[in-house]
Design a protein around this ligand. Structure first.
Ligand code: 6GU
Length: 274
């Protein structure tokens, strides 16, 4: 996969030299090219922002350097100059659609991504609107809080997407059981020693009974999700739950919603087991 990043802070992306993604880049599974937006300015001060039309606080990124930067990226990637399929443009923004594991999986299937990092007051909207004429564009938010700029969000997106590229994570089994993959949070994990500061590991995990371990993990996953992310339980598909799942969920007060489309679960405190 090829990823082009446009930013006024290229140093943020030094983090992609290390760890799993650094290895993936060394092995050529991931090609990341970082472009300095200021290289596409033409004034002595390399200006990238200006005051907002209509007034208000903060500065907005001017469209001209962005237009030239995107033109440059499109003319050079992913395999050097020449006609190629257009990339998918991702613009991190607190005003974007939520970034989810489902979107990470969708982006991981793309051969070429471009990330456009603006400061949080944003990029002149015409940049995104004009880009939509020549490529698929997603404005994407990490969550309901505000960062100073798109760089940290872009790093998170590159990591979440890059690790799904085949070969980047060695043990692909570890991808299947993670939080958010099945719409649930994953069960807690433990390693040696078996007792630490008088805290033992749950017995079942050292029992060697693989069926019992799988059931314990599934129940722990359902309990944890019900406790900290009831919104995820509401959206669970009852058809994807086995009988033991339904027993555990009912004990937690969650019953399949009658006649709902799409199907889900509803909390009923009278169903809670004590
Ligand atoms: Cl993607 N960008 C910025 N600037 N702030 C954010 C965000 C993105 N997601 C949450 N807050």
């Amino acid at each position: 996969m090829r990823v082009d990043v446009v930013t006024i802070f290229p140093a943020y992306f030094d983090a992609l030299d290390v760890s799993l993604l650094g290895k993936a880049r060394e092995r050529g599974l991931l090609v990341v090219v970082v472009h300095d937006l200021r290289d596409f300015t033409h004034d002595r001060h390399r200006t990238v922002d200006d005051t907002p039309y209509g007034g208000g606080a903060g500065m907005v990124m001017r469209p001209e350097p962005w237009g030239e930067a995107l033109d440059h990226v499109l003319a050079t990637g992913p395999d050097g100059p020449g006609p190629v399929e257009s990339p998918r443009l991702v613009v991190p923004s607190p005003a974007g659609r939520p970034f989810t594991q489902a979107l990470a999986e969708e982006l991981a299937a793309e051969p070429w991504l471009v990330l456009a990092c603006g400061r949080y007051e944003g990029i002149d909207q015409r940049v995104v609107d004009e880009a939509r004429d020549r490529m698929r564009v997603d404005e994407v938010s990490l969550g309901d809080y505000v960062l100073n700029g798109g760089e940290v969000a872009a790093l998170a997106i590159v990591e979440a997407v890059g690790r799904l590229v085949p070969g980047v994570v060695g043990n692909s089994g570890s991808l299947a059981d993670e939080s958010h993959v099945a719409g649930l949070l994953e069960a807690p994990s433990f390693t040696k020693p078996p007792v630490w500061r008088e805290w033992p590991v749950p017995d079942v995990l050292v029992s060697g009974n693989h069926g019992a371990i799988a059931r314990w993990r599934r129940d722990a996953s359902l309990r944890r999700t019900a406790r900290v992310r009831p919104d995820l339980v509401e959206r669970l598909d009852p058809a994807a739950c086995d009988a033991a799942d339904l027993v555990q969920l009912a004990a937690l007060g969650w019953l399949p919603t009658p006649g709902a489309h799409p199907a889900g679960f509803t909390y009923d405190p009278t169903a809670v087991a004590d």
